[in-house]
Ligand binder design. Structure first.
Ligand SMILES: NC(=O)c1ccc[n+]([C@@H]2O[C@H](COP(=O)([O-])OP(=O)(O)OC[C@H]3O[C@@H](n4cnc5c(N)ncnc54)[C@H](OP(=O)(O)O)[C@@H]3O)[C@@H](O)[C@H]2O)c1
Length: 286
């Protein structure tokens, strides 16, 4: 498998400018919780936030890889990093996370974890569709509700929900995953409209293909196409999202993705958009 994560020296070489970093930490610190932090875009968020001086609570299922990242960040950024190994599919996970946050001022929630199973809807066990609903949709509702309340009471904070280009139209072969990503987008926009008057910024981050271990595992076939811009680096996605937080309700990361999403949303009928994305998906996964 090719090396997909950026090297550490590159990861730490383009920090947030220090003025923005200080005001960012005041606005969204002192502690950020990242749900789905062990690798890929979640780990990139962790590196960016640690570099901005935020203390972290990192959540994912694999404790060893989570702890390795935590140790890297403690050493490189001198911040406090706690880890919590739990499965966000489990209805009890939100309670365990809230318990782990007790006594900490969590000023930023990044809900990054997602489950996706690629395949025809009817050939995929219904349990997999439900798993996507639980991890990708129920999870963000539970954590945004539990952690957003204290943020609103303090009059400051931020919530980032990871969405995807699949949020903009139905996507064959990932129909239920795409529907959960639409849920993330619409939930974030609604919360943006509700919570900004209480000082809490909310952002939906719609990424396109991003070179994460999860993407590498799920996408054995790469097919160049004008509807599929080159995959982004996870660090770029995290940086673009954090730069957009507090400025708008939605970011589509990557210039190529913004062009494609403009064409699909504004120039194509929904019928044409679904047919086009369906063709692209079948070339890669069917
Ligand atoms: N990569 C892309 O091309 C792409 C494109 C568009 C949107 N996105 C979105 O970006 C986000 C991150 O993508 P990614 O490719 O970095 O994801 P990923 O490789 O699937 O990993 C996501 C992270 O979430 C954790 N996670 C997954 N399921 C979990 C569960 N049930 N409980 C707790 N933690 C869980 C994983 O760690 P453990 O395995 O250790 O639990 C990992 O740290 C997702 O929301 C995805 O929908 C990604």
């Amino acid at each position: 498998m090719p090396e997909v994560l950026p090297r550490r020296d590159l990861v730490y070489s383009r920090a947030m400018p220090s003025r923005r970093s200080a005001s960012f930490a005041q606005r969204y610190g002192p502690v950020a919780l990242i749900a789905g932090a062990s690798e890929g875009i979640g780990a990139a968020f962790a590196r960016e936030l640690a570099q901005a001086g935020l203390h972290l609570i990192l959540v994912a299922r694999r404790s060893a890889i989570l702890e390795e990242l935590a140790e890297e960040l403690r050493t490189a950024c001198r911040v406090t990093v706690r880890t919590l190994a739990c499965d966000l599919e489990d209805p009890a996970a939100a309670g365990a996370i809230v318990e782990a946050c007790r006594g900490q001022e969590v000023g930023l929630l990044v809900y990054n974890a997602a489950f996706s199973s690629v395949g025809r809807f009817l050939d995929t066990p219904v349990a997999a569709h439900l798993r996507a609903l639980h991890v990708n949709a129920r999870g963000p509702v539970l954590l945004a509700h539990a952690l957003g309340g204290p943020m609103a009471s303090r009059g400051r904070g931020g919530i980032v929900l990871m969405s995807s280009l699949t949020a903009f139209q139905g996507t064959p072969l990932v129909a239920s995953y795409g529907a959960t990503k639409a849920f993330n987008l619409v939930l974030a926009e609604g919360l943006w409209g509700e919570l900004k008057e209480r000082g809490v910024d909310v952002l939906a981050c719609c990424a396109g293909a991003t070179l994460t271990p999860g993407y590498e595992r799920a996408t054995p076939r790469r097919v160049p196409s004008r509807f599929a811009p080159a995959p982004q680096d996870p660090a770029e996605v995290a940086r673009e999202a954090l730069a957009a937080l507090g400025r708008r309700p939605l970011i589509v990361t990557g210039r190529g993705n913004r062009v494609v999403s403009f064409v699909m949303r504004r120039l194509f009928s929904r019928r044409l958009a679904v047919a086009t994305i369906g063709r692209e998906m079948r070339k890669r996964y069917d």
